[in-house]
Design a protein around this ligand. Structure first.
Ligand code: GLU
Length: 453
């Protein structure tokens, strides 16, 4: 996507977008995320002149604080490596900064800013009192030994710790940051600060302050959201074929929940290609390859009779009734959307952050496909992080079933808030507009109340 692809916005928000483009000319993903939200909230600003007068839109697109730092470490061969670390603290108006850390070679300022910006509205939608932030590094954990990952994490945290804290900023995982990395990062924070401050990180091990269901929450939540959308149309997961991209944390647990709801999840992918398993993905095998061996998806097809691996290509050429893109941003393009529509897809629920390009979203919506944007559909992860923070603060531990019930309830609330906001603004069924508006309304009301700050 190039800057010229952005269609004009309402007069109330176009100048805000122009400033973003002038100030951040080399940040296409950030511009894309901002454009989508501004497009949705134009009508809200027209109905609420007090928001325009208080410069809510102008302020919300500018992070409260941006931290960038050097992360030097030594690899197993004794060679010095230098990566760049980021933490973009976007908004703390609703609560402490909250959002994941991503370790992936594609990470740059634009990616982290788009993720941090989305996080403001996503977190507002959960209703849990958490602000928006994101961070990470261009470090690639793939192919690195545990010792290398540990040294990297220690170096990363030896700088970032001073900006964190249970009432200040609470990171969690994202792509490339799972239980192993969170352990090393938390351990370094504890050592430097001399505080076992459970609430300063979420996604911890369940033996040392982590909440049940946090690992499963994003994938489960994306399926629960799709379940809500389908229910409005009198439909369900029962007997459906589900296409899922990715093979990380989100994908694995989306597959598990879809299967539990009576569907057959038939695909998974990674950067090398995808697998199709018409009998339904064998979750134990997928978890063994991805979580234990940290191997490639091709291994799945090698070990599972009846499954096939397709090198390169797009997972979206496989005919499915429901799609849950759970890999990464801009992974599903217009041609993919057209293929899914031609194959009769009924619902798309974004498990990843912004996986569908804007043209694909438009194509789904104009074809009448139920479409759930990531900031609503994948909010279950961060919502369960907030449940982890509550448990840490009160020194409680909830059982798996109780946490899952709470997550289910929260996803229902997010669906209702998004659905209702779309109705109120005359765009019924448009969950993109609905989620942006519902999230924005909560943030804007708090910003108005707290003054120009
Ligand atoms: N990285 C996840 C997200 O994109 C989770 C963040 C969190 O739990 O703080 O929402």
């Amino acid at each position: 996507m190039t800057a010229t692809d952005f269609h004009p916005l309402a007069d109330s928000v176009q100048p805000v977008f122009d400033t973003v483009r002038t100030r951040s000319p080399h940040e296409p993903e950030f511009q894309q995320a901002v454009h989508e939200v501004l497009h949705s909230i134009g009508p809200v600003l027209e109905r609420h002149p007090e928001y325009a007068a208080a410069g809510i839109a102008q302020r919300i697109v500018e992070p409260e604080r941006q931290i960038m730092f050097r992360v030097p470490w030594v690899d197993d061969a004794g060679t010095l490596q230098v990566n760049r670390g980021y933490r973009i603290q976007f908004s703390s108006v609703l609560g402490p900064y909250k959002g994941g850390l991503r370790f992936h070679p594609s990470v740059n300022l634009s990616i982290i800013k788009f993720l941090g910006f989305e996080q403001i509205f996503k977190n507002a939608l959960t209703g849990q009192g958490i602000g928006g932030a994101k961070g990470g590094s261009d470090f690639d954990p793939h192919g690195r030994s545990d010792a290398e990952v540990m040294r990297f994490c220690q170096s990363f945290m030896s700088e970032l710790w001073r900006h964190l804290g249970e009432h200040t900023d609470v990171p969690a995982g994202d792509i490339g940051v799972g239980g192993r990395e969170i352990g090393y990062l938390f351990g370094t924070y504890r050592k430097i600060t001399n505080r076992h401050e459970s609430g300063m990180f979420t996604g911890k091990g369940t033996g040392w302050g982590g909440a049940e269901v946090r690992t499963e929450a994003t994938g489960y939540g994306a399926v629960f959201f799709a379940q809500e959308m389908l229910a409005v149309k009198g439909d369900s997961f029962e007997g459906k074929r589900v296409g899922i991209s990715g093979s990380g944390n989100v994908a694995i647990y989306a597959i598990q929940k879809a299967t539990q709801l009576g569907a057959t999840a038939v695909t998974a992918s990674d950067s090398s290609g995808y697998v199709v398993d018409d009998a339904g993905i064998d979750l134990d095998l997928l978890r063994q390859i991805k979580e234990v061996e940290r191997g490639r998806i091709v291994e799945y097809a090698k070990r599972r009779p009846g499954a096939r691996f397709v090198e390169g290509g797009s997972v979206w050429e496989v005919p499915v009734d429901i799609a849950v893109p759970s890999a990464t941003q801009n992974e599903l393009n217009l041609a993919d959307a057209q293929a899914l529509i031609a194959n009769g897809v009924r619902a798309v629920s974004e498990g990843a952050n912004m996986p569908c390009v804007p043209e694909a979203v438009e194509a789904f919506q104009s074809a009448g496909v139920l479409f759930a944007p990531g900031k609503a559909a994948n909010a279950g992860g961060v919502a369960t992080s907030a449940l982890e923070m509550s448990q840490n603060a009160s020194r409680q531990r909830w059982a798996f079933a109780d946490s899952e019930r709470k997550l289910r309830e929260i996803m229902g609330d997010i669906h209702r808030a998004s659905f209702d906001a779309a109705e109120r603004y005359g765009v019924p069924g448009d969950y993109v507009a609905g989620a942006n508006i519902a999230g924005f309304e909560r943030v804007a009301a708090a910003m108005l109340a707290q003054g120009v700050i």
